[in-house]
Design a protein around this ligand. Structure first.
Ligand SMILES: Nc1ncnc2c1ncn2[C@@H]1O[C@H](COP(=O)(O)OP(=O)(O)OP(=O)(O)O)[C@@H](O)[C@H]1O
Length: 577
């Protein structure tokens, strides 16, 4: 576990080996000077005790000032180098996480909430930044401090030095005892933070619903509960820390007291000089800060360790929907638009019942097919299977006779313009929303797409027309306007296949029928129209009727409506409505 994490840390640090080396050399120099200055003070005291002169005092003071100034500059350089490294690693991790998230399949986001992902990409990355910045700096500094200070202390007096450092192992044991508890508590804090981010995000998105159902008090209570849990976890963490660090400090003062007690006796016996004693006290003092800092470093390391696992869990998640090693090329221009399903069966991960059962059909190039059926019958699942938003098995769906799992994902998705059920719009202009799939499209084409989606006239009535902002910082479009804007976005891509998943549900029947009629005039498009609007669906070339994951009927409206069965029932119900 530890080895794996260290390996991971090494992976983050390796690209920055030059800065690390420079930082380490700087720290070595700082510590070298840090040890040399107390020895110089020792010599100055002993020299001046033998023959005092102001020239000598000035010489020593000047030298110490110069060395201390050099030390200050080098220390600043080392901090800049190593803290800068933390920032660089933070930048790379954030970029990497975002790019990786973009590569994951939609199913990943139904099991991983956005609040948790945001927390990992922010708080956890921040912990790793501290680990590679602060912790690295202090670990290297502590190693150099001990490696250079101890020999200098031993050269003055071995017994006194050993006595002064006897309490240090005790310090490490204390830290060890506390470390596990600290780690558990840190994890609890991070999880509580994730919960809170999730709740805030969800409540912000569902604000209208909270108000309609007058659930403000309940939401306030739910937030207070989570906030209290976070407070308790943070307080408990602070308690452990507040106990640990004064303990470390107290132990380090014991070493100083021991030195005072036995050092003064050694001076009296003539074993060491006064200069030696002062030098020894300054050297022992030098170790107090790195040792106390080691406590913080251990905490930082523990926080970073947990965070490394949480961030790496994102990187380890791999999309099952990927290009195969040998993909078949199918350029958009050559696609005719024939879609075939052979014994298509799909079960959602974790589900016991298949959402699609043994589906077989062929949709011919240029045909408009409506898929109708009761709610939950599998229509959206079928729509999601075609552009491989779901991990379907090979040899089940074919585009122009080619197994879609053999095609390049990018080419397959380029061939399919898909308008999903929720017509999501970005918080930008209507124009940018329409040309989202190809920002370089000609403005005339964007407007033409708006006309085909029958939204152009309404857009022209908005204050800034196509440049009107929508979303959080702009105007709120009606459900039907959102749907037609999303439709214009899909139409602009001019793909040979168009899938509309209940994408005109908020559009009146007449407009929906007009839009569909426009498509059937465009003979080169294969259109799959999933809908509960039977009068619009009835205008299509053929209908597939789905029930319980199966296609139970297929045919034109005229034939199906005469056959006893699900479609006839749905149609009668529709007529009554
Ligand atoms: N991510 C998922 N995980 C597990 N089961 C799912 C998932 N998405 C859908 N299902 C289930 O698969 C079945 C088919 O759902 P689907 O959304 O395809 O139905 P639909 O016909 O499009 O319904 P609607 O008309 O309401 O849009 C349903 O039983 C649904 O609960």
């Amino acid at each position: 576990m530890v080895a794996r994490r260290l390996k991971q840390l090494g992976k983050y640090l390796l690209p920055h080996w030059r800065n690390i080396t420079l930082g380490m050399v700087s720290l070595l120099l700082v510590n070298g000077l840090g040890v040399y200055i107390p020895l110089l003070i020792r010599d100055s005291i002993d020299d001046l005790r033998q023959a005092f002169s102001f020239d000598q005092v000035l010489k020593y003071v000047g030298l110490i000032l110069i060395l201390a100034s050099i030390m200050l500059v080098i220390r600043m350089v080392s901090r800049l180098l190593i803290f800068g490294l933390g920032r660089q690693v933070e930048f790379e991790l954030k970029q990497g996480i975002f790019e990786h998230i973009l590569s994951l399949e939609p199913a990943y986001f139904s099991t991983h909430t956005s609040g948790d992902l945001i927390n990992r990409a922010t708080s956890d990355v921040d912990n790793i930044r501290r680990l590679v910045g602060f912790a690295l700096l202090s670990i290297i500094n502590t190693i150099f401090a001990y490696a250079l200070t101890l020999p200098a202390m031993f050269s003055i007096d071995l017994n006194l030095s050993l006595l002064a450092v006897t309490v240090y192992p005790l310090m490490l044991i204390t830290v060890q005892v506390f470390s596990r508890k600290l780690q558990e508590q840190q994890l609890a804090v991070q999880e509580n933070l994730s919960d809170i981010s999730e709740l805030i995000q969800e409540d912000m998105s569902g604000m209208a619903l909270i108000k309609i159902y007058a659930q403000e008090d309940n939401e306030r209570r739910a937030f207070a509960l989570k906030n209290e849990q976070l407070l308790a976890a943070n307080l408990s963490l602070a308690q452990i820390r507040n106990l640990l660090f004064p303990l470390i400090e107290a132990l380090s003062y014991i070493s100083l007291l021991l030195l005072l007690a036995f050092g003064t006796t050694a001076i009296a016996k003539g074993v060491i000089s006064i200069g030696d004693f002062v030098g020894l006290i300054i050297l022992v003092e030098r170790l107090v800060f790195p040792t106390a800092l080691l406590g913080f470093t251990i905490t930082s390391y523990q926080r970073g360790e947990v965070s490394i696992d949480r961030v790496e869990a994102i990187f380890q998640a791999q999309s099952k929907i990927q290009d195969k090693a040998n993909t078949i090329n199918l350029p958009k221009k050559e696609i005719k638009g024939e879609i075939t399903a052979r014994n298509l069966t799909y079960t959602y991960p974790g589900s016991l019942v298949p959402a699609l059962k043994n589906i077989n059909f062929t949709i011919y190039p240029g045909e408009t097919v409506a898929i109708v059926g009761p709610i939950g019958s599998g229509k959206s699942t079928l729509a999601n299977a075609l552009p491989r938003l779901l991990d379907i098995n090979s040899q089940q769906i074919f585009l122009d006779g080619k197994d879609i799992t053999e095609l390049k994902l990018r080419e397959l998705r380029d061939a399919i313009a898909y308008v999903p059920q929720d017509s999501f719009l970005f918080s930008t202009t209507i124009y940018n929303n329409i040309c989202y799939g190809d920002p370089m499209k000609d403005p005339c084409e964007v407007e033409l797409a708006g006309k085909k989606a029958q939204i152009d006239a309404e857009i022209l009535n908005f204050p800034q027309q196509y440049q009107t902002l929508v979303g959080e910082r702009g105007i709120t479009l009606s459900g039907g306007q959102r749907q037609r804007t999303a439709l214009a976005r899909a139409l602009l891509m001019d793909a040979p296949i168009l899938i509309l998943d209940d994408a005109l549900s908020s559009v009146d029947n007449k407009t929906a029928t007009n839009i569909l009629e426009n498509f059937s005039r465009e003979q080169n498009k294969t259109v799959i129209f999933i809908s509960h609007q039977l009068s619009a669906a009835a205008q299509t070339d053929r209908l597939f009727v789905m029930d319980n994951g199966e296609i139970v009927q297929m045919g034109t409206h005229e034939t199906l409506v005469k056959q006893p069965g699900l479609y006839q029932n749905l149609w009668k119900q529709h007529q009554l409505e």
